[in-house]
Design a protein around this ligand. Structure first.
Ligand code: PEP
Length: 252
């Protein structure tokens, strides 16, 4: 049985005071929910404060990006070892990083390898753009992204995959539960081909894209979907707790 994972991607939102306030609002509600891995990914500047607040809880911490080098002259960057000082998880290859910061499949592969080397659990984001979806290229795109991201990765155990169709992120237009389940089942078969059926069955694959407490049941009720990566709705305490509660009820 895979443990479902619900991760909150706060993106470039909240200053330290707001992040602390949000954690204080959701901590107790989240902490008591069992059989779901709960991960908060605030902006870098709030990681230390959030870590302190969740230290005695069942909530885990993640960062939203990192460089692939361990250290050096990379002004403005954060290394895997620095992230590891504070976090267990790291979001990699988010479509916003690919779109606005020129992250390529090759860079994402370097980051995945560096994260695993550092003992971090990458949440690897993949997904097709709207025009690719309309052209029926979803399978082709996710196959390319997965194979590229995992090149030279001997074992992907510890890795989480987030299938996030780009057209569904922040648009309010979520995929259908059935559609996401089909693509995630397809991604699992790619993992089985690259590694083994056993590894494919052990890897958590989330859905991401406009998940709310009103639609999470459509996704979490599907057999292939092991949780969600949540953007906008994770900035509202009640909403996020509702998403995690429903996941526990459906998968627990
Ligand atoms: C995301 O940022 O990964 C995401 C899925 O955002 P939203 O839930 O707002 O669509």
């Amino acid at each position: 049985m895979r443990l479902p994972i619900i991760a909150a991607n706060w993106k470039m939102n909240t200053n330290i005071e707001q992040a602390v306030g949000l954690v204080e609002e959701m901590r107790d509600g989240l902490d008591k929910i069992e059989k779901v891995e709960k991960v908060l990914c605030p902006p870098f500047i709030s990681l230390a404060a959030v870590r302190e607040l969740i230290a005695d809880s069942s909530i885990k911490l993640g960062a939203q990006n990192m460089h692939f080098e361990e250290k050096g002259a990379y002004t403005g960057e954060i290394s895997p070892l620095m992230v590891k000082d504070l976090c267990e998880y790291i979001i990699l290859g988010h479509s916003e990083r690919r779109q606005y910061f020129g992250e390529t499949d090759e860079m994402i592969n370097k980051k995945v390898k560096a994260a695993l080397r550092a003992g971090l659990k990458p949440i690897l984001c993949i997904g097709e753009k709207l025009e690719e979806n309309e052209q029926g290229k979803t399978a082709e795109v996710v196959t390319r992204q997965i194979k590229a991201a995992l090149a030279e990765v001997v074992s992907p155990l510890g890795l989480v995959i987030a299938y996030e169709p780009v057209w569904a992120i922040g648009t309010g237009k979520a995929a259908s539960g059935e559609g996401a389940n089909t693509t995630i089942g397809f991604i699992r078969r790619i993992i089985a081909q690259l590694y083994s059926e056993e590894i494919a069955q052990a890897i958590c694959i989330q859905y991401g894209g406009s998940v709310t407490s009103a639609n999470v049941a459509d996704f979490i009720g599907q057999p292939e979907i092991d949780g969600a990566l949540v953007g906008g709705a994770s900035l509202k305490a009640e909403e996020f707790i509702g998403i995690v509660e429903q996941t526990a009820a459906a998968k627990g």
